[in-house]
Each structure stands twice: as structure tokens, then as C-alpha cells.
Design a protein around this ligand. Structure first.
Ligand code: FHN
Length: 458
């Protein structure tokens, strides 16, 4: 964080560490689901057998497909896809059940991505679901289905709208342009208020597409808009991607203070440690294939993350006070990719046994373990082991002056009590001492497993 504080008029609106119930619920989620669904799901990153993999930045960016393979007048074809959007397999209750079984506690849903097509019957744009054969309010169906499963819903909203004539990338250069952009800003505000009116049970927004200069220069408007949204929906949770301060600083203002209630910068990457954290809340959003959030028909030749990869990222995230959000991209008929179904099942099987090491936990201030990740909740300390030691000894480094040390341990997988003994091996004489948790040789696990430890006076 900068040492010299500077004057910031359009800085944070909410305190850095909100303690209200909604924010407490946010920091306890642990695992979430992202769903990117929209017109881009119809092509699925290809068109008439031709892959857009090299022609577009990502599957949900396929409208921007350029290059020799791009179909002629592709943008027009894309902008007319809504005329065929009629997902016959769309079953939001099934999606919600799958998410529940996977162990997701919240879900972020794309109401409108950069192509501007609204999945709800907005009265502020004709480019919306009522004009598609499907007609019905997809956002409502999804919100209701997930809420019915006890899963909180956050609405993804893209400010960027590629096909909106009033959208500006660069800051407006004259009065006429400013007038047009002001119309766009008002349109954006209208849609956000409309979403809060129509879906009052949502817990927050996940904003995106806020990186262009015109929006960045509109810091007074966005500051006031955030205030108005919060006034309209008490407890609303807004991430750090929504706006910037008057110096153009995004995510964190010019004094390094977070602009919003949670940091949204961890997209397809994870922090390596907590040195950046500064007590902030955050989420990490992750795709299963490489960069593609919308449906991709063809995963061949791509590294798609395994269940073990995802569990490792999940535990790395929650061990540093974050929420891990796994992205699903249903196809144009509303079906999840078979690879997503498989992962959801396997993650869910693991969570059924080990979720107490994930939900409502916090970072543990102990020397990091070579075996996996620590999480703690109240008096319980968990070590999720990904790297099983060949000697079956899970060695726990404890600061020499610690008031409490591990006194008992149990395997979450089978409830087996484990021997715990002091191993004063003097590895780093003046800093830590060590306690060994002995793993039974006959205990086998084909996935990460959790040691739950009880602490007490040495
Ligand atoms: O451009 C978008 C992208 O399509 C996707 O929605 C991701 C999800 O976090 N956000 C933006 C890229 O940062």
C-alpha cells in the first residue's frame, strides 16, 4: 500500500470489513458456482464445423471472431442468434440441484454479457429474452431455483455493451458525445435498478466490463450510482470491479483501499500468499478449460482441470480467506458440458466428507505445511493433505512460544483417531517446535484428505 496517503474523494463507500450478516455469509461461502450463459452458448466456440478457437479471445467473446476462418458477416449472424434461442433442455431446478450437491453456497449468473443480450425482460432494451422464441424470464427462473435450494444468487452484469450505439470506449470528446454517453449511463442505471426491483432476493452484483476509459472517467456517476444501489438494497454486496476513484485507480483506490466489498481481481489465477490480503474479502473465479467462460463444444486438445486440480485450488483459496467460484457454461439447449457434470459429481462427493474444512473457515497463522493447506474454524484446525508424506507423518510446525498445540487428531474420511506426539527435532531451533500426526499405513485415499486437529495446552 502506498505510504503517502493522497486525497481521494471518490474512494470506498463501505467500510473495508463489513460485519453485517450478508457480508458474514459471503465470507463463509467457501465454494461458489459461476454460470456464463447467453447467445454465445449457441455456437459453442465454433460455427458450421469451423472452430473459433484461434479467432476469438474466448468462447463468450465469439461475437468478436475475426480472421480467415470467421464466417462472412459473422457479427450480423451472431446478433441474430437470439431468433433461435429456445433452450429445450433448460432445467434451472436441475442446475440448482447439481450445484447444491456439489456444495456450492452461492451462484453468480450472467444476466447480460458484453454482447448486451439480456436474459431478463428488461424494458430498457429490445435486445432481450422476450424477443427470443424462449420468451420467458430466465433470470427469474434461475434465481428462484437456486434460492429454493438455499443457494444465494449474485448477478453478473457487464457494463461493456459491444452493440450499444451509445457505448463509448474512449472518453467522450465533445458535448454531443457526452450526451450520448450520459444516455448510456442512465440506461445502465435503469437496468441495475430494474434487476434489484425484479429480483429482490439477490445478495449482490458481480460487475464486469468496466475497464474502458469512458466508464473510468465517469467516476462521479459511478460513485453516486453505487451509493444509490446500496440505499435501494440494504446489505447489497458489490465487488471491486464496479468502479474506480478519480485518479483512475480500479479495484483499490489511490491509497490502496478496496473499492467495494470484495476483491474481484483473482480471475483464472490465485494469490500465492496472504501478503496482499490486508483483511479484505475476495473471490477467485476459475474456468475448467483454458480461457473460455461460455460453452465450448470441443474440449479436445485443451487442458481441462481435473477434480484434484479444482480441490487444490479450492483449499488454497479458502486457506487464504477467499471464496472459490467454479465456472459452468451450459450449451445452447441449457445442458451443462459432460465434463462439467463429472466434475460437479466428484467435487460433491469430496465435499460431502470434507466440507467442514471449507465452509466458514479462516486463514491459519502457522508456518505453511508442505503437505497441503490449513484452515481453521473456532477451536478446530484442519490440514487438507494433498501431498501425503512417505513416512506417514504429518508434521505440524508450531511456534515455540505457542500457548496451544495439537493434542488430538482425527481423519474426516473415516473418523479414525490419530496418534499425536511431540517431535522436538530442533529443525529451526529458536522458532518452531513440531508435532507429528501419525497416519495409519493402511489408510488409503485417492483424493486429498482432511486431518482435523484439536488444540490445547502443551
Ligand atoms: O471479458 C470477460 C470474460 O468474458 C468473462 O466474463 C470473465 C469472467 O470473469 N470476465 C471478463 C474478463 O476479465
Amino acid at each position: 500500500k502506498p505510504t503517502e496517503r493522497v486525497d481521494v474523494k471518490y474512494g470506498p463507500i463501505t467500510p473495508k470489513h463489513r460485519t453485517d450478516a450478508d457480508m458474514e455469509a459471503f465470507r463463509n461461502y467457501g465454494l461458489g458456482q459461476f454460470i456464463h450463459w447467453g447467445l454465445y452458448a449457441i455456437p459453442g466456440n465454433e460455427w458450421e464445423g469451423v472452430s473459433a478457437r484461434k479467432g476469438a479471445a474466448a468462447s463468450e467473446w465469439i461475437r468478436t471472431w475475426k480472421g480467415p476462418n470467421a464466417p462472412k458477416d459473422w457479427t450480423t449472424i451472431y446478433d441474430n442468434l437470439y431468433k433461435q434461442f429456445n433452450p429445450k433442455s433448460f432445467d434451472p431446478k436441475a442446475w440448482a440441484k447439481q450445484a447444491k450437491d456439489m456444495g456450492a453456497k452461492y451462484m453468480i449468473f450472467t444476466t447480460k454479457h458484453h454482447d448486451g443480450f439480456a436474459l431478463w425482460p428488461t424494458k430498457y432494451s429490445d435486445y432481450n429474452i422476450t424477443k427470443a422464441p424462449y420468451k420467458k424470464d430466465i433470470v427469474k427462473e434461475v434465481v428462484d431455483a437456486y434460492n429454493a435450494e438455499g443457494i444465494d444468487v449474485y448477478l453478473y452484469f457487464s457494463v461493456l455493451e459491444w452493440n450499444n450505439p451509445d457505448y463509448f470506449y474512449k472518453a467522450p470528446q465533445n458535448e454531443a458525445e457526452q450526451k450520448k454517453y450520459d444516455k448510456f449511463l442512465q440506461y445502465t442505471k435503469n437496468q441495475l435498478f430494474e434487476l434489484l426491483d425484479k429480483y429482490p432476493t439477490i445478495k449482490g452484483f458481480w460487475f464486469d466490463g468496466t475497464w474502458d476509459q469512458a466508464w473510468i472517467k465517469s467516476y462521479e456517476f459511478t460513485y453516486n450510482l453505487e451509493k444509490e444501489l446500496r440505499a435501494k438494497h440494504p446489505g447489497l454486496i458489490i465487488g471491486s470491479r464496479f468502479r474506480n476513484d478519480e485518479h483512475g485507480k480500479r479495484h483499490f483506490d489511490s491509497n490502496g483501499d478496496i473499492l467495494g466489498d470484495y476483491e474481484q481481481g483473482w480471475e483464472r489465477k490465485l494469490p500465492k500468499d496472504v501478503s496482499w490480503l490486508d483483511g479484505n474479502d475476495w473471490d477467485a473465479v476459475m474456468t475448467i478449460p483454458p480461457n473460455g467462460w461460455g460453452y465450448m463444444k470441443d474440449w479436445s486438445g485443451l487442458y481441462t482441470k481435473t477434480t484434484d486440480d479444482i480441490l487444490d485450488m479450492l483449499m488454497q483459496t479458502v486457506s487464504m480467506n477467499g471464496n472459490f467460484v467454479l465456472n459452468f457454461g451450459p450449451d445452447g439447449q441449457g445442458k451443462m458440458h459432460p465434463g462439467e457434470d463429472k466434475l460437479a459429481t466428484e467435487i460433491g462427493d469430496w465435499m460431502k466428507v470434507n466440507a467442514e474444512a471449507v465452509y466458514g473457515v479462516r486463514h491459519v497463522d502457522l508456518p505453511t505445511s508442505k503437505l497441503g493447506y490449513y484452515t481453521q474454524k473456532d477451536k478446530n484446525l484442519y490440514l487438507t493433505v494433498f501431498n501425503r508424506p512417505v513416512n506417514n507423518i504429518a508434521r505440524i510446525a508450531v511456534p515455540k512460544n505457542a500457548k496451544e498445540v495439537p493434542v488430538a487428531a482425527v481423519l474426516l474420511a473415516n473418523g479414525q483417531q490419530l496418534e499425536v506426539k511431540h517431535a522436538d527435532i530442533g529443525l529451526d531451533l529458536d522458532k518452531n517446535t513440531y508435532y507429528d500426526v501419525i497416519l495409519p499405513k493402511d489408510f488409503q485415499s485417492d483424493r486429498a484428505f482432511v486431518i482435523k486437529m484439536e488444540w490445547g495446552a502443551p
